[in-house]
Each structure stands twice: as C-alpha cells, then as structure tokens.
Design a protein around this ligand. Structure first.
Ligand code: IVH
Length: 687
C-alpha cells in the first residue's frame, strides 16, 4: 500500500467511524431523549452513505453501526415460527372479589398463602425474543399462541431492545417475553395525522403497535417510536437454574440491559397486591404509555408448577382490568370541520368536564352513522369515555334525561365553510369544492409544508393564511415561486424572516420523491403507502399512468386506495400541480442508484451530504464565502441561523456570540475551521 492509498483508506475509515458516532448520537436524541437534532431525511441520507461505505468496505463495518438496526429491504411477507412453549393469555378479573377468588384458588392448590409479584399490564403486543451467544437471533409475535410471525427485522429497529448482550449475560439460549408498545402521545399524533389524511384512526395503542410490527418495510418501522417492556425470562444454563422465582429473573433482565418496567412490586403478600392495584388505578394517567390493568403472578416457580395451567392460561397468574373511565356531561352543540381532503367531520361541543385528569370540551363523532347510532339530540346528557386512545369518545346517550324540546342532530347538506352541496360516499360526507373551499386549500398547504412531508420550516399556519389572504399563494407550487418582493408585503416579515422562508423553500427541494408524493396529499395515501408506491413505480409519471390492475398489484394498496389514486390523477388540476412542481425542481422520481439496489455502481458519497452548517466569524486559512462554497461542493447546506436541526456551527475568530449561545443551548456541535477542512481536504473519499 502506498502512502496515498493508506491515507485515503484512513480517511474512509475515519468517515465511517464519524458516521456511526453521529448516527448513534442522533438515534439517542430521537428515541431516548425525544429531541431530534436533524430531520428524518438528513438522518436517512447519512445512514445511506454509511450503508454504501459498509457495502464497499465490509471489513471496516463496526459492530455498533446503526445499520444493524435497519432491516434489509422490504419483506414479501412474514415467515411463521413455532413457539418453543405456547404463548398463553391471562384470565381476567374486574373487581376485588374476583381477585380474592383467584387468591383463594391459589391457597387451595398450594395449601398455603403464596407470595406474589405484581406488574403493570402494558397495552401493547406480546413478543418473544430469542438470544444465543448473547446475540439476538429472532423475534416472534404471539400469533395464535402456537406460532407467530417472525418480525426480527422490525424488532431490530426498537432502540430499547439490545441486539447484543453484555459480558455478564450467559451465552446459553435465552427466551425473553415482553410487550411492545407505543407511547400514548404518539398515538394521538398519528391519529390526528391519519384523520387529516382521510385514513381511519387506530382504536388504541395496541392496534397501532401491532400494525407497526407487521409493516413489511423496517425502515418505516424505525420512524415509529416503538418501545418495549420485558416481563419474562426463560432458558438454559446454571445462572437461570439458580433463580427460581420471578423477582430474581426480573433483576437479571434488568442487569443485562433489557427494558424492565420499574413500576412493579414483589415478592409480597396478598394485601400488598391490593394496595398496588388501588394505587395504580388513580395514578395510571400519569404514565407516558397506556396500561389496561395489572398482572398478578405467583412469584415462586415451584409453586407455579404445582398450580399448572388450563388450556388457555396459567392458573398462577391473573389480570385485573381497570374499568374505562367514564363521566357524564351535556352536548351543547355539534360543529362540522372540513379537512384538507374535503371530508366533513362532526365534532361534539360539550359542557367542560374532567375525565382521567384532563378537561374535555370536544369529542369526535366520526361520521353521520355515529350520530344516528347514538340518536343524538342537542342538549342530551351523554357518557364520555377515555379508553386506550386519549381522544375522548361519546359512548352513550341518556334519552331518559332528555327534555321534550331537544332537537335531533342532523348532518348538514351544505358545506359549513363554502356552502357547496356535500357529496355522501359510504356514510362519509365530502365537500366537492376542492379548489376554493378555504379550509381545504389551507389544509392542503399545511399538510404540504408539514415535517413529514416537505418539512418547510417557518411556514406556520399564520404565514400560510397571510399568503392566501394576499393571494400570493393558492396552491403548493406557488410556494416555489415566492420571492423577497412578494414576501415583503406580509405583516411582521423582516429581512431575516424572509431569508429564512426562502431558504426553507430551497432546502425542501432535496426532499425525496416518496415524501413529495405524501405531501401531495392523496386521500387515504399516508406515509407508508406513499413510500410503497414511490418504490414500486419509481416516478410520478409512471404512477399517473397506472391503471387499477397495476395499482392493485402493489402490496398494501387495496381497492379503496386504488380508486382514490385514480380519482386524484383524473383531475386535470392535480395533473397540472405535479407537473408544475416537477418543473420547479421537486423530486418526482427515485434516483437511479436507489431504484436499482442491486446495481453495483455506487455514487460517490460527499463528506457533508445531509449536513446543515452555519458559518460564523473570520477564518485563518480560507475566506468565509470560499468556505461556504467548499461546504456546498461537499454536499452540505449552508444556513444563516442556528436551529435545532443544524449539524455543525463552524466558528472562526469573532464568531457571533448569540449563535454560539444558541448552539450550546440546543446541543449543536460547534467545530472550527480545521475540523471542516480535515473533513473536506483529508477525506477525498476516492471511491
Ligand atoms: S405475563 C401467560 N406480564 O397481557 C401470559 N403479561 O392478557 C403471561 N401483558 O399475552 C403474561 N403486560 O401480552 C404478563 N406485565 C405483564 C404484561 C403482560 C402486558 C400482556 C401479554 C399477555 C397478555 C395477557
């Protein structure tokens, strides 16, 4: 190896190490600290660069590389795996006397009072994890209890679960069972997005967690914040033989780095069990995830063996289910909200009432069928429940309390915003005036600029409303024709904010096709379907020409979605919109290298691809403007102000103190000229 070769390979290795460090830091910020530092797209770009380097130089791939968490490609379907021992369910109890009856059955079976372990019953999806030689081998869902789906690729993306155990863990075969869940606020966020996209909301966190685990594309799963709590450890080896009760096994799981819920108790006598149950009945709303009760388990394994099993469940454990929290209030009014797809959703306005720790004033009524089912009248007394989802739901109406002058709620025939006559499709009402109905126009723009779509920072609702009012913008393509002159006519827009808006528009041109497709907001086509369609057809042109048969051939695209896609493309205004956006420089196809993953040609990765940088101060070796050009040539984007998504603040002498302070506050890496020059100059990446 010549000196030049050696220094080139050193810099590739250096870059690979830096990428691993950087990506792991972003993963931690995203999953554990809940404060993402860069956009999803920037993360994906960095990850892709690392993947490409690891493909070329597998000998330098690092064991803690985040690529180990991202499954390879999209699966055709899941392989079925048989469980070593069936995954059973639990018997349920709903009141104290049923818990007491369980305790008495245990005493009868054992001839003595056992000690118990008590835990929260997480409302998620049961999972079985298998480790050998301290490495995760595979993960299986409960399925029918006898066999389940092998969801290893998706489970690998769950940050909370270790892929490799530390040296304290044995090398023997281990099986860990636990519950995969999604934090409660995440469900609310996803449901709001789904309703806006014209998709059905998930009924509870369990359905969303289960739907997510069954996605065939693990790179999508990675972006959902699945987490897990483990509650059972089985396996071979002397260490496990020495621990013959539940609380000791839980301590082992914790010591080996598995996520174990801290809110547990035991071993304790029956009275302690009841205390735990009562304590969590009122405190459960404080948890960031949903529980649907408490699990009570006999602690000793010898006693468990004595008690045995019924066909479906163990006799040594029981679930106690908390009742859904329900309160009564009065229906004051029903208003009708028009979404960006034109869907009209009835919303109940209620006399404010506290349910499960929050004051509720509104509840979604979903559609006309729901109003009919409840036989809702204005002024009715209604029962409100907060179940798994924190969006409250009217579960019951009390007609016995209705006064004679109450009038029935009637769905309007005309749009409340533009007075167009509503269309009714399968019990859902739509305003057909897509072009001019104000909430639809605004909703489409809000969706287009949103983080998961084009991520046009600084375009908040206020700004969009002003742009609409001043007739500067009427559809998404107009955003790309904005200039400083037109923006200056808005209220409260100084030079700085104009510059920020224009920069955001420019930066969004790098958004990949799948997200542009999502941003276009086809009814019923969410993030996942957009990605699937983008990968399947490769370009919007091909998608626009697909007939129903071709659309139905796409995995995950059903009859309804296919019809929505055809309807969208049959509208000449929509055709004009995507063609204009394409002409304005937005990605309307997948780049060749990504479309053909088997292609052996790898594009030359640039050292700052996906990075955003702010340059401040004077520099010793290079003029500031020249440094900016160098950065841009290396794939980086130079911004003018420090924000939470910035990769580096590059400082010279006399760097702006406000910028430095903000960077420190946001935890942004502050680097000097030498660092950047080394990245650029010493990392020529001769690929
Ligand atoms: S122990 C024989 N512990 O509840 C099953 N289960 O309704 C022993 N669950 O399938 C399970 N939290 O998916 C256990 N702390 C916990 C749990 C828990 C949630 C789920 C689990 C099980 C279901 C039974």
């Amino acid at each position: 190896m010549t000196n030049i070769d050696r220094s080139a390979s050193d810099s590739v290795q250096h870059r690979m190490q830096a990428l691993v460090r950087q990506l792991n830091q972003h993963n931690r910020a995203y999953y554990i600290e809940d404060r993402p530092l860069i956009s999803d797209q920037e993360f994906d770009d960095l990850l892709r660069e690392l993947e490409e380097l690891e493909t070329r130089y597998p000998e330098w791939a690092q064991p803690d590389s985040p690529t180990q968490r991202v499954g390879g490609g999209i699966l055709e379907g899941f392989v079925q795996r048989k469980h070593r021992r069936p995954m059973l369910s639990l018997g349920n109890t709903y009141n104290e006397s049923e818990i007491l009856a369980f305790h008495e059955r245990c005493i009868k079976g054992l001839g003595l009072e056992p000690l118990y372990a008590v835990e929260l019953k997480i409302d998620g999806v049961a999972l079985s994890l298998h480790y050998q030689d301290r490495v995760l081998q595979y993960a299986v869902t409960r399925g029918d209890g006898v066999q389940g789906d092998d969801v290893t690729a998706n489970v690998r993306t769950i940050e909370a679960l270790p892929l490799r155990l530390g040296p304290d863990a044995p090398t023997d075969a281990l099986e860990i069972r636990g519950e995969v869940y999604l934090p409660r606020n995440y469900l609310t966020r996803i449901n709001l997005e789904r309703v806006q996209n014209g998709e059905e909301p998930y009924a509870n966190p369990r359905n969303l967690a289960s739907g997510t685990l069954k996605l065939l594309d693990s790179s999508v799963v990675r972006h959902r914040r699945l987490s897990a709590w483990c509650y059972q450890l089985d396996g071979e080896g002397p260490l496990l033989e020495r621990t013959q009760n539940h609380h000791q096994r839980m301590a082992l799981l914790e010591a080996w780095g598995f996520p174990v819920c801290e809110h547990r108790a035991g071993p304790l006598p029956f009275e302690g069990v009841l205390d735990f149950v009562n304590q969590w009945q009122s405190k459960r709303q404080e948890l960031p995830f949903d529980i649907d009760g408490v699990v009570i388990k006999v602690d000793g394994f010898g006693q468990r063996d004595e008690l045995g099993y019924t066909a479906k469940s163990p006799r040594w454990a029981i679930a106690y289910k908390y009742p859904a929290q329900s309160v009564r209030t009065r229906l004051l009014d029903v208003i009708y909200q028009v979404g960006r797809t034109g869907a009209v959703t009835p919303v109940a306005c209620l006399e404010p009432v506290e349910v499960a720790g929050t004051v509720v004033k509104r509840a979604s009524l979903y559609n006309e069928a729901e109003i009919r089912r409840l036989d809702l009248h204005l002024g009715d007394t209604v029962s409100l429940e907060k179940g798994g989802d924190i969006i409250p739901k009217i579960t019951k109406v009390h007609p016995e309390e209705r006064s004679a002058d109450c009038i029935p709620v009637r769905f309007p025939d005309y749009c409340p915003d533009c007075q167009s006559r509503l269309d009714c499709v399968e019990a859902l009402h739509y305003c057909p005036n897509h072009r001019f109905c104000p909430p639809q126009v605004l909703g489409r723009l809000e969706h287009f600029v949103s983080r998961k779509a084009m991520n046009l920072e600084h375009f908040g609702t206020e700004t969009l409303l002003q742009l609409l009012e001043h007739k500067i913008v009427s559809d998404p393509a107009d955003l790309y024709e904005l200039d400083a002159g037109r923006l200056a006519s808005l209220d409260r827009t100084g030079d700085k904010s104009i510059q920020r808006l224009l920069e955001a528009v420019q930066a969004s041109k790098a958004v990949p096709f799948e997200r542009v497709l999502f941003a276009l907001g086809l009814r019923g086509i969410g993030e996942v379907a957009s990605k699937t369609l983008a990968r399947h057809f490769g370009s919007i042109e091909k998608l626009s020409m697909a007939n129903k048969e071709a659309l139905l051939a796409v995995h995950e695209i059903g009859e309804k979605s296919a019809d929505q896609i055809l309807a969208w493309f049959s509208d000449p205004l929509n055709q004009r919109l995507w063609q204009r956006l394409q002409a304005l420089g937005l990605a309307m196809s997948i780049p060749q290298t990504h479309a053909a993953s088997s292609d052996t040609h790898v594009t030359e990765p640039r050292p700052l691809t996906g990075c955003t940088l702010v340059v401040s101060g004077k520099f010793a070796h290079v003029e500031r403007e020249a440094l900016k050009t160098l950065i841009e040539e290396a794939g980086g984007t130079v911004l003018s102000s420090v924000g939470p998504r910035l990769t580096y603040l590059v400082t010279g002498s006399d760097a702006g103190p406000a910028k430095l302070e903000k960077a420190h506050k946001l935890g942004i890496a502050v680097v000097d000229e030498a660092f950047i020059l080394e990245l650029l100059g010493k990392s020529p990446l001769p690929l």
